[in-house]
Ligand binder design. Structure first.
Ligand code: AHR
Length: 525
């Protein structure tokens, strides 16, 4: 029996909805085909955005979408992507497959996509190969409400109203594809470029994201903060609102042998989970450095690229990064999102890479067909954590795995209370062999613990709560489970799907349930 203790009265912080954010790059079939098919497509669309994909994404409540890259961002010249489509410049996407980029998806199309998704915008600017003027004019084009050369150009292109830019990234991976800079050089460039990311509105400020470290480059974090945070500036806390972190889970030993997305054994499964769990250490250690500069935690660690990265599906363009998605990916997502929830005092945003058809996608498409991946299901099961209050919880766990150096905790959890008073518990069982009995002890509900209440397990939550934390009367459960390699295909799109979970029993002290091996459970009570 593993004990899960929840103290619903002890709120530890707000889980920013942006932790459940996504990333879409001009890469492979993410934007083109995946999200945008064009107004003249046979595939059902609204203003070029495919309806089936938008509907599936709305179900998981996408809070924020990062665009246009990635490495593509530091080669992107935004003026190529505005105006009449026929006149837009065609270019080579040098990073990703050397294909022709016709720029038919540009700034206007991106904001139309955000409008349809109902999400916030996160635009990534070009510091690596663009000028200060170009970045400054893009911000003016997007946000200035008045008479100015760029606002006039936007109006001429059919959009008189400015858009809102919630987040603006000043470069991407500038330690690598974004210019191969060292931290001191980048930090000074950042200070210069961000100066011209103007706030044209009285009622909001653009959140500026500074390029942060690659994985465990703690020196980058320190040096960039020394130059960009500690010296103050336009914002009370210096020149930035967030520092990015990129970390991908690659099961293989090197980038030439990353491993297959679908053909893997139990050892590789545990290695993958072990490597995904490394995110906890990265967040903790980069966070500790940030604490030295920013003890009040005013700026966020924005994990704006994370997820699994495998060898591409056989027969597909190596530059398109197209990979399948299995229950293993679902466990990676569940574990990672629990980590982000538990570190919500510092992690203010995260963007899984990438939204459709690239790396750890939530959606895969093939022509007019679409499947929701097991990772989609986890985002769907965790959606109630968005903007909820993280509460104190602990779950007894033990290392599991086939090799000592690649072990991982068998169980992972996070618990939050949503605005409507419903308590949400998400638990992942990473073990491939063992189911576990979990005894849940909850303190802090308005009328005591869940024990002794009469309503049956499986009753709908959210009905019996009169203010505060409610009375824990109803319990709603759902589960995602399967064999580690189970996946959804275009032939069998529902092979892995969320099912009702009615295995919760009431006990003297709270609740208990058995979580099967290789599964994710969400309880709402
Ligand atoms: O997500 C794919 C690529 O990974 C991005 O373009 C880049 O930022 C990272 O290296």
């Amino acid at each position: 029996m593993a004990k899960l203790k929840v103290n619903a009265d002890h709120v530890l912080g707000k889980i920013n909805k942006e932790i459940y954010g996504h990333f879409s790059e001009h890469l492979g079939r993410c934007i083109y085909e995946g999200l945008y098919v064009g107004e003249d497509s046979q595939i059902e669309n609204v203003n070029g955005m495919r309806t089936d994909v938008i509907e599936a994404l709305k179900e998981i409540r996408v809070p924020v979408l990062r665009w246009p890259g990635g490495c593509f961002a530091d080669e992107y010249h935004w003026k190529d992507g505005i105006g009449l489509k026929d006149g837009r410049k065609k270019m080579i996407n040098t990073h990703w497959g050397g294909v022709v980029e016709d720029n038919s998806f540009g700034t206007h199309e991106y904001f139309e996509l955000c409008r349809q998704l109902g999400c916030e915008s996160y635009v990534n600017g070009n510091l690596g190969s663009g000028t200060v003027q170009e970045m400054s004019e893009w911000v003016e084009y997007m946000t200035f409400d008045g008479v100015s050369p760029m606002a006039d150009l936007r109006t001429k292109n059919g959009h008189a109203e400015p858009w809102r830019v919630h987040y603006f990234g000043v470069g991407n991976e500038n330690w690598g594809c974004g210019g191969n800079m060292n931290p001191d050089f980048y930090a000074n460039e950042y200070r210069r470029y961000q100066t011209y990311v103007r706030d044209y509105h009285q009622d909001y400020r653009i959140n500026k994201i500074c390029c942060g470290p690659n994985v465990d480059d703690y020196e980058w974090t320190r040096k960039v903060l020394e130059t960009c945070f500690a010296h103050g500036g336009q914002n009370a806390h210096g020149f930035m609102n967030g520092l990015s972190l990129h970390y991908y889970t690659v099961p293989g030993d090197d980038w030439q042998h990353k491993g297959s997305a679908t053909d893997f054994d139990e050892k590789e499964y545990y290695r993958t989970l072990h490597k995904a769990y490394y995110m906890e250490e990265l967040v903790r250690r980069h966070g500790a450095i940030m604490d030295e500069f920013d003890p009040k935690k005013e700026i966020g660690l924005m994990v704006d690229e994370w997820g699994t990265w495998y060898d591409v599906e056989p027969g597909t363009n190596p530059g398109f990064l197209y990979q399948q998605n299995t229950m293993r990916d679902a466990l990676v997502a569940a574990l990672t999102l629990n980590i982000f929830n538990k570190h919500c005092d510092r992690v203010k945003m995260a963007n899984i890479a990438q939204m459709v058809n690239v790396l750890q996608s939530v959606i895969l498409t093939d022509g007019a067909q679409m499947v929701k991946t097991p990772t989609w299901s986890v985002f769907r099961m965790y959606r109630d954590h968005q903007d909820a209050q993280l509460v104190e919880s602990s779950l007894e766990s033990a290392p599991v795995g086939l090799e000592t150096e690649y072990s991982v905790p068998n169980l992972s959890e996070s618990v939050s209370v949503a605005a409507d008073g419903v308590l949400h518990i998400t638990v992942a069982n990473l073990s491939l062999s063992d189911a576990y009995d979990i005894e849940v002890e909850i303190s802090g509900c308005a009328q005591g613990s869940a024990a002794g209440k009469s309503s049956a397990a499986g009753a709908s939550a959210g009905t019996a709560f009169a203010g505060g934390l409610g009375t824990c009367d109803g319990i709603k459960g759902e589960i995602l489970t399967g064999a580690m390699t189970d996946k959804n295909t275009f032939e069998a799109p529902d092979a892995v799907k969320i099912a009702a979970f009615d295995g919760v029993k009431r006990t003297e002290t709270g609740l208990s349930f058995e979580i099967p091996a290789c599964s994710v459970v969400h309880l709402a009570l």
